[in-house]
Design a binder for this molecule. Structure first.
Ligand SMILES: Cc1ncc(C[n+]2csc(CCOP(=O)(O)OP(=O)(O)O)c2C)c(N)n1
Ligand SMILES: [Mg+2]
Length: 340
């Protein structure tokens, strides 16, 4: 096992060395992560203030995955994901105020206030959900990739899955079809170590989920999802290779969610020590230290960026607050295909 891990680590290093990251990019990555952190913190607060209700799953702690992917993709690529997707939707180009308005059930929301937290969607930005059925996005991802292949396009689909979604039967079927038909899907497992309150080690017979790829003879690797530079360089390399080799890929990204499964989960099933350990490798903290060490930032700059992130989130919230509710007629729209 140790040998496999070491080989994997060496491979990761090689990939990283091939992708140079300059000062501007590092600052961009940090500011994007900061914005997503502040956005989700504000969403959490808005929920407790009863500005909206229903399910709400936050991505706090997993920002490096989102930002690494955002910068590795092109605008004509597709993302399809599970329900923990507010900031992924923004990363794919949906304006933050439309995501906030969707959360608040407003007609200006990206799903016209009818999807809510779990169902962000934008055909225009090629963000095809936001899905509440665990693993339900995987067959859809293979279907989208089939469309890409059929039309001879060179875009790709990223299908984000949770660790627990990897135990759903339809995910196996979708991977098998993608491998058999050589469809350009990047199956990206955000392994945040838990499916609701259950640790992945209690439900899964293998120690690392990337090994599932072996069953389909699919290319695969595993990376540290708490470091945005690792995420970006590795994802960029995989995605660029997929543009020419047109093969699916399984990437396991090890990350952690600091909050409970949803906003109503106090997360008492894990120890403070465990959370503390992950907090020490927090993606924002790592990047902040990198920026300071390289003298790309100082305390004044850090405060300035934080203020700008908070202002932008406030602006999104103001837009959502001031937007109207959908009228009754809206309930009958987008029910049948002709309403598209
Ligand atoms: C088919 C199906 N089974 C069960 C559920 C209930 N459920 C909602 S979230 C969840 C856990 C999924 O965890 P994971 O895939 O690791 O994603 P994470 O929440 O950690 O991002 C479960 C079992 C569901 N929504 N759909
Ligand atoms: Mg999980």
């Amino acid at each position: 096992m140790l040998k496999v891990r070491t080989m994997r680590a060496q491979k990761d290093k090689k990939i990283e060395q091939n992708t140079a990251i300059d000062r501007e990019q590092m600052i961009r990555f940090y500011c994007d992560m900061l914005f997503y952190r502040r956005f989700e913190e504000r969403v959490n607060l808005a929920y407790t203030q009863q500005k909206f209700s229903g399910f709400c799953h936050l991505h706090i702690g997993q920002e490096a995955v989102c930002v690494g992917l955002q910068h590795a993709l092109r605008s004509d690529d597709y993302i399809i994901s599970g329900y923990r997707s507010h900031t992924l939707a923004i990363a794919k180009g949906i304006p933050a105020q439309e995501v906030m308005a969707e959360l608040f059930g407003k007609v200006t929301g990206c799903s016209r206030g009818k999807g809510g937290s779990m169902h962000m969607f934008s055909k225009e930005h090629r963000f095809l959900g936001g899905h509440g059925i665990v693993g339900g996005q995987a067959p859809l991802a293979s279907g989208i990739a089939f469309k890409i292949q059929y039309n001879h396009e060179d875009s790709i689909v990223v299908c984000l899955l949770g660790d627990a979604a990897m135990n759903q039967g339809q995910v196996f079927e979708a991977m098998n079809m993608a491998a058999t038909w050589k469809l350009p899907v990047l199956f990206l497992i955000e392994n945040n170590q838990y499916g609701m309150g259950t640790a992945i080690r209690r439900t899964t017979s293998i120690d690392h989920l990337y090994k599932r790829a072996l069953a389909f003879d699919m290319k695969h690797s595993m990376i540290d999802g708490m470091n945005v530079l690792t995420c970006y360089t590795h994802m960029k390399t995989i995605i660029e290779a997929m543009r020419t080799d047109r093969q699916p890929y399984l990437l396991e990204v090890n990350t952690y969610r600091y909050k409970g499964h949803s906003v109503s989960d106090p997360a008492t099933y894990r120890t403070k020590d465990e959370v503390e350990t992950y907090l020490q490798s927090d993606p924002l903290l790592q990047m902040k230290n990198d920026l300071l060490k390289k003298q790309f930032a100082d305390d004044t700059k850090l405060q300035e960026w934080d203020k700008a992130a908070r202002e932008a989130v406030k602006e999104a919230e103001r837009f959502a607050d001031e937007s109207p509710q959908p009228d009754n007629e809206e309930a009958w729209k987008h029910v049948f295909a002709e309403d598209r």
